[in-house]
Write a protein that binds this ligand. Structure first.
Ligand code: FES
Length: 298
């Protein structure tokens, strides 16, 4: 008897809750709260229990694991390769061991914001084929951006409304190699922007100010001319590899252990020596109130 009630509960939640609404808030907002919920899913006050169970059965029957499907399909798997132009993989952040597990090291204290990537003057540039144009696709699995490797440098290539744009892959804010995964949008002036998926620095992709950051003037990124040619390749106008790597190489900007302060250090220090006690002992009321942060340094 328990399973059908859980099924009804879940379907009633799916059908009536707001998007992303917590179940506790949802129940509080029901007219009559948990009492009403019981009347609906146990006593069948609305006469919909059979229907809700049917809906749950349909849901269970149509379920499939997207990840299993992806792992089985080489075409879909390719979308998750680090680079669109090579099977190589490169670490962009050092890994630390903690409690017998691995985790990436903390965010670096310093950004690469002081570097003027946008204004960098390359000694010479020439067109280089970097990725096949058919890597990008409007058909599922849709692909509108790519991370490509040249030398030790990572470049983000975007295809927007049939045209290509290229930038460095590293977001200067925390030296994260993620820009090809950013959300792309446009503005009223017809400019395209990529928003870093981590903390939403927005970088302009086209126009005279390409490379500038709209919400953090302390940083900018390098952009490069791109074109698709009849030979089926996307070409980017780039400097020689050594010069490119000396400015944007992964080894140069990789986030290393020990660069960042442990963000939990201050908290640990504050509560050092305190022992946990049962809530009934009034422990929670004796813990000094933590002041809300005035700003969060991401
Ligand atoms: S790493 Fe890109 S905005 Fe923070």
């Amino acid at each position: 008897m328990v399973m059908p009630i859980i099924d009804r509960y879940l379907i009633f939640y799916i059908r009536t809750a707001d998007k992303l609404q917590r179940t506790a808030r949802w129940i509080e907002n029901l007219p009559g709260g948990i009492k009403y919920l019981k009347e609906v899913i146990v006593d069948d006050k609305l006469g919909i229990c059979a229907d809700m169970e049917k809906q749950m059965n349909e849901l269970v029957d149509s379920y499939f694991c997207e990840w299993t499907e992806t792992v089985k399909d080489p075409k879909r798997r390719k979308v998750f390769q680090q680079f669109a132009n090579t099977d190589e993989t490169v670490d962009t952040v050092e890994v630390v061991q903690e409690r017998s597990q691995q985790r990436p090291t903390y965010w670096p204290k310093d950004s690469a914001g002081r570097e003027d990537f946008k204004g960098h003057k390359w000694s010479s540039v020439s067109w280089q084929p970097v990725v096949r144009a058919d890597h990008f696709s409007d058909e599922p699995p849709q692909v509108s951006s790519a991370n490509v490797k040249r030398g030790d440098t990572q470049l983000a290539v975007f295809k927007i409304k049939g045209k290509f744009y290229a930038t460095q892959q590293m977001c200067p804010h925390k030296r994260a190699f993620v820009l090809s995964d950013g959300l792309v949008g446009d503005d009223d002036a017809g400019k395209y922007w990529v928003s870093c998926p981590y903390h939403k620095r927005n970088f302009e992709l086209n126009g005279e100010q390409a490379g500038r950051c709209s919400n953090d003037e302390s940083m900018n990124i390098a952009t490069f001319p791109v074109e698709e040619r009849d030979d089926g390749w996307v070409y980017i106008k780039l400097p020689p590899i050594e010069e490119l790597d000396s400015v944007l190489g992964t080894e140069k900007w990789k986030v290393r252990k020990g660069e960042a302060e442990d963000p939990f250090h201050k908290v640990d220090k504050k509560f050092k020596g305190m022992k946990g006690k049962k809530v009934t002992d009034g422990f929670l009321t004796r813990v000094p109130a933590v002041q809300p942060a005035k700003s969060i340094d991401w």
